[in-house]
Write a protein that binds this ligand. Structure first.
Ligand code: SF4
Length: 410
């Protein structure tokens, strides 16, 4: 059986390195223009060059998003962008717009083209058309079920298929939505979505401005458009059996910690499925537990099993965030991101998705190159940390602490 790739989001250079270090086979990222995550930080051409070099030297592919819908006036900039980026030899451009596809094929024929999920590809005939236009991969619409995906693969076996397996979903058809454009003048199909679907809505009668009538589905009010987050881990083996070539994790605006945990969980799951199905089923509860430790809304299988479950989350649009990222272990030292104190009950999460529970026993903070005893370490400090038992800490391990916090509004 062919091994599908784990494809992770890289919102900036740091997140790209986390994705690569935690097991991604490929990453996707955007430049400062023409991608669908205006808030993701994104890459200058120089950062892109560094990111591609970092990934390629470790055998990881890089796909560049160019998936905003272009207007006539955009093409000069699209051409300049393609000309500049192709010199860096990325592995593919991800496009949605047929005009952009044509431009990429003309100006960079040596680079693969993937059709973005924004193109809403839901059937094998559409996949055939994209194949005839020179695309090598289609990112299918999130609305498809596993049998539909399998049938597409059977009918067009030489087209690579990519599916989303994890992360936020739109309530609209794969992002074909103008809520944000109307309500906040931020164009969702140009990467500036204000996530208006997550807001809380009231009814106002026109002669009574300022009088808000709650729409009450239950005591929490209503968030009628607020989709749960996708988590396909429980059916990952079925997706692989259906012939999917690439398993995509959403979240270019999420934290480096989110990228690390989700990437290593899906990496571990794919490796287990390919080597030992029984071991995958056995480890699944642990892997699902790890996915509960990153920022997320309640999870759903989305449409993969036919879409009969409730996909909206009606209670609140807030994220569940119950772990704090404290630091990462590099070259024998903890690079501290959030305050760590002696006595803290912590967890160490390793790049192979293991989780160790420990207590901080001692902290020595590096001051002018020398370790100095301290009862805590602060953000941006480097520290040597000892725990209540001896453990071997692998390079790039993550330190985190459970925190019960109020849900964080989007
Ligand atoms: S408002 Fe919501 S549904 Fe619409 S594009 Fe933005 S995230 Fe998607």
């Amino acid at each position: 059986m062919r091994k599908p790739e784990v494809l992770s989001p890289a919102g900036n250079l740091e997140k790209l390195k986390f994705a690569v270090d935690f097991g991604a086979d490929a990453v996707y990222l955007g430049g400062k223009l023409f991608n669908l995550r205006a808030k993701a930080g994104n890459f200058t051409i120089d950062e892109m060059a560094e990111g591609i070099d970092y990934a390629h030297s470790r055998g990881v592919k890089v796909y560049i998003t160019l998936n905003a819908f272009a207007r006539n006036s955009d093409f000069k900039a699209v051409e300049e962008f393609v000309d500049a980026v192709k010199t860096l030899s990325p592995d593919a451009f991800i496009v949605s717009d047929l005009g952009v596809l044509k431009t990429v094929k003309e100006r960079a024929p040596e680079i693969d083209v993937h059709i973005s999920t924004q193109a809403n590809t839901t059937n094998y005939r559409a996949v055939e058309v994209y194949k005839s236009l020179g695309a090598s991969r289609v990112v299918l619409a999130r609305e498809l079920s596993i049998p539909e995906i399998r049938e597409i693969k059977e009918r067009v076996p030489d087209m690579e298929l990519e599916v989303f397996v994890h992360g936020a979903m739109c309530m609209a058809y794969s992002g074909r939505c103008l809520l944000s454009n109307y309500l906040s003048h931020r164009e969702s199909n140009k990467g500036a979505c204000s996530q208006s679907c997550r807001w809380k809505y009231y009814v106002v009668e026109e002669t009574r401005p300022g009088e808000f009538y709650p729409i009450e589905e239950d005591e929490s009010g209503t968030y009628i458009f607020n989709s749960k987050d996708l988590c396909a881990l429980p059916v990952l083996d079925e997706l692989i059996d259906a012939g999917v070539d690439s398993l995509k994790i959403e979240g270019r605006v999420k934290s480096a910690y989110y990228v690390a945990v989700t990437t290593s969980v899906y990496r571990r799951a794919v490796d287990l499925i390919l080597s030992d199905r029984e071991a995958f089923r056995k480890e699944l509860p642990h892997l699902l537990e790890e996915l509960e430790k990153v920022s997320h809304r309640p999870y759903t299988l989305g449409f993969l099993k036919g879409g009969n479950e409730v996909l909206q989350h009606y209670e609140t649009s807030s994220y569940i965030r119950n772990y704090k990222f404290l630091g990462i272990f590099k070259n024998g030292l903890w690079q501290v991101r959030n305050k760590v104190r002696v006595g803290d009950e912590v967890e160490i999460f390793t790049p192979s998705a293991e989780c160790l529970r420990l207590k901080v026993q001692g902290i020595r903070v590096l001051k002018k190159g020398k370790p100095v005893d301290s009862d805590s370490a602060n953000p941006n400090q480097q520290a040597v940390i000892s725990f209540d038992r001896e453990v071997e800490i692998p390079e790039k391990a993550i330190l985190r602490r459970k925190e019960v916090t109020e849900p964080v509004a989007v």
